[in-house]
Design a protein around this ligand. Sequence first.
Ligand code: GTP
Ligand code: MG
Ligand code: ZN
Length: 350
Amino acid sequence: MPEINFTLAQLGWKTFFNQQLTLDNLEQTTPYRITHVFRNRLIVLGENGELDLNLAQYPNLQNCTVGDWLLIPQTITEEPVILERQSVFQRKSPGSNTSQLIAANVDTAFIVSSCNDDFNLSRIERYLALAKEAQVEAVLILTKIDTINEEQKSAYLAQLRELQSHLNVVTLNALNIEDVHQLNDWCKVGQTVVLLGSSGVGKTTLCNTLCLRQESTAPIREDDSKGRHTTTGRSLYFTHSGGLILDCPGMRELQLTDCEDGIKTVFSDIELIASQCKFSNCQHQTEPGCKVLAAIEIGELAPRRLENYQKMLKEQARNSMSLAQSHQQDKAFGKLIKNTLKTKKSLRDN
Ligand SMILES: Nc1nc2c(ncn2[C@@H]2O[C@H](COP(=O)(O)OP(=O)(O)OP(=O)(O)O)[C@@H](O)[C@H]2O)c(=O)[nH]1
Ligand SMILES: [Mg+2]
Ligand SMILES: [Zn+2]
């Protein structure tokens, strides 16, 4: 746990948050940033050090995530205020009709993939859509570059050209400090980075190298059955260049929700071609005058890309709808209970 005190600016505080403060807030509350999220508690860090908050005591903080800014009242009985987020990453929770917050108030997303079987363009497009939706700069990091030869490396880089999204790409060995220096520009004082990617690609390794952190000091790593370390919580650390980096558990399933704009930005090349199709509602399947199919025909557009684009759009629409529906149902159920109690009460009172 840090012993030195940090300024708000070092913790990533920005004008955007300052503008949300009322006079009362300024006088009666202190800003803290969430640095660790555990099942039952949160660790927050502010100018005066760390606090450990019990979620049972502050139920409104259930909807927070790492990176969030809180205003903690001086009188401990009052509830903390969650400041409006500058950016947020979320997905549909696996196996339930809710959305899960991944990280908040991030400036850059490091999308991490390793140069082996994990490398998958369609998966990278998913993470890119998340970053675009959050309006956050994305950097694609290819790890384990030390395990392949130059020829293989060129082949991976060539595949990335298909994405056509002017992507920042960095190749590195996550264990090599010289290699990791390539990332310093995104890890300056007050800047926050989130690490996204599948399990085992090297997110924690990269985080350790960036933070000059000893593996054994990482507080929330557990051995899985195969003797590997896998991250189980979400935590924010300081890099040696003064930035903040957020390590997350690998995502087995990244189901998109409320992500239409993000997807359309990642596939803006297809959107542009599609705007020239003969029919404005063209589905790019068998329609005459379809420019998208024509682009595939001449090798200008990869069929995989069109397929993934349509799949992701459909998926996000389905998930957004079912989330909205279950939210409505929850509200309707709440109303029903309230009305029943009211009726009961008036029957009793009469
Ligand atoms: N050779 C080599 N090994 C690496 C590199 N990056 C990570 N590794 C190894 O890959 C394994 C998995 O790395 P982690 O950093 O735990 O992966 P992670 O992405 O944090 O995984 P989760 O926490 O499960 O999401 C470890 O044994 C690392 O030592 C790299 O660039 N080169
Ligand atoms: Mg990890
Ligand atoms: Zn078309």
